[in-house]
Design a protein around this ligand. Structure first.
Ligand SMILES: [Ca+2]
Ligand SMILES: [Ca+2]
Ligand SMILES: [Ca+2]
Length: 281
């Protein structure tokens, strides 16, 4: 994977040891999610929890600071040591989940994965599931303009990548997915396109802020917090599960679906007890 990034981001064909770097701009990655169908289309009951039969559409937005200002870089390219920060260049990322993130990914590049405008390497840039679906590795996206005038200046790019995650287990909890530099990027995870006049633009690496997203997961029947099958479905384990979810601040624990802070309070305990008393069938 590394050669593709260098080739794409380093239009000067610089070897990795001399990749240009700037400290004058930072790339910011932001993750969001919503309930969806298995293909990222509308789906779910909209209660903020992924429940059996529902799926989570994750969406990546990318932006960068100090657009259209002067970015200094080193090492020099010929006589150039600076240029105009014009566009997002390249991202090379891993996504790691925690909190029970095992599951299935749909990053079918015919309708998910990288936005075609920012697709550099074809379907493999959409990411490869690993570790039981708790990880999605080697997300790659960006641009490779032929000239400075051709740099795509879109900032932010609100949906540069999309993927659908389906939990393997539906118990009441929050799962957190966090972006980080792709291990195989060798630390060269983010780049900008800088315009330096008549020569082609250059891809210049920079630092980044890596976002994360918390996804609420819930069982088919609310009181069955641990998602256990069979009978009795509701046991003391579900109380323990709810208390843990409450302590963790999970979306699941907001039983009464309140929206006024503090969202989690004693009313949610009462709500859970009522749901438990009502039973699950
Ligand atoms: Ca739901
Ligand atoms: Ca149970
Ligand atoms: Ca509440």
């Amino acid at each position: 994977m590394k050669p593709s990034l260098i080739m794409l981001a380093g239009l000067a064909a610089a070897p990795i040891a001399s990749a240009q770097f700037t400290t004058n701009s930072v790339v910011i990655y932001t993750l969001s999610w919503r309930e969806s169908d298995a293909f990222g289309g509308p789906g779910g009951n909209g209660n903020g929890l992924v429940e059996p039969g529902e799926h989570a559409l994750l969406q990546l937005a990318v932006s960068f600071t100090n657009q259209n200002t002067i970015g200094s870089f080193s090492p020099a390219i010929g006589s150039f040591t600076s240029g105009t920060i014009r566009g997002f260049g390249v991202a090379f990322l891993d996504l790691h989940g925690a909190g029970g993130a095992q599951g299935a990914w749909n990053v079918d590049c015919s309708f998910l994965g990288v936005d075609p405008t920012w697709d550099l390497i074809g379907c493999s840039g959409a990411g490869t599931p690993a570790a039981g679906g708790t990880q999605l590795l080697n997300l790659q996206m960006g641009q490779f303009p032929a000239s400075g005038a051709a740099i795509n200046p879109t900032n932010p790019v609100v949906a540069i990548w999309r993927g659908v995650w389906t939990p393997a287990v539906f118990s009441g909890r929050d799962v957190e997915f966090t972006l980080m530099p792709a291990v195989v990027s060798g630390g060269l995870h983010s780049a900008l396109m800088i315009r330096i006049g008549t020569p082609p633009p250059v891809g210049v690496f920079c630092d980044a802020v890596f976002g994360s997203v918390r996804i609420g997961v819930g069982p088919a029947c609310y009181a069955n917090c641990d998602g256990s099958p069979g009978s009795p479905m509701l046991t003391v384990a579900d109380f323990g599960c709810f208390i843990n979810a409450f302590a963790a601040g999970s979306a699941y624990a907001n039983c009464d679906a309140s929206t006024t802070p503090p969202v989690l309070n004693v009313a949610d305990f009462s709500c859970f007890l009522n749901a438990f008393a009502a039973g699950c069938t």
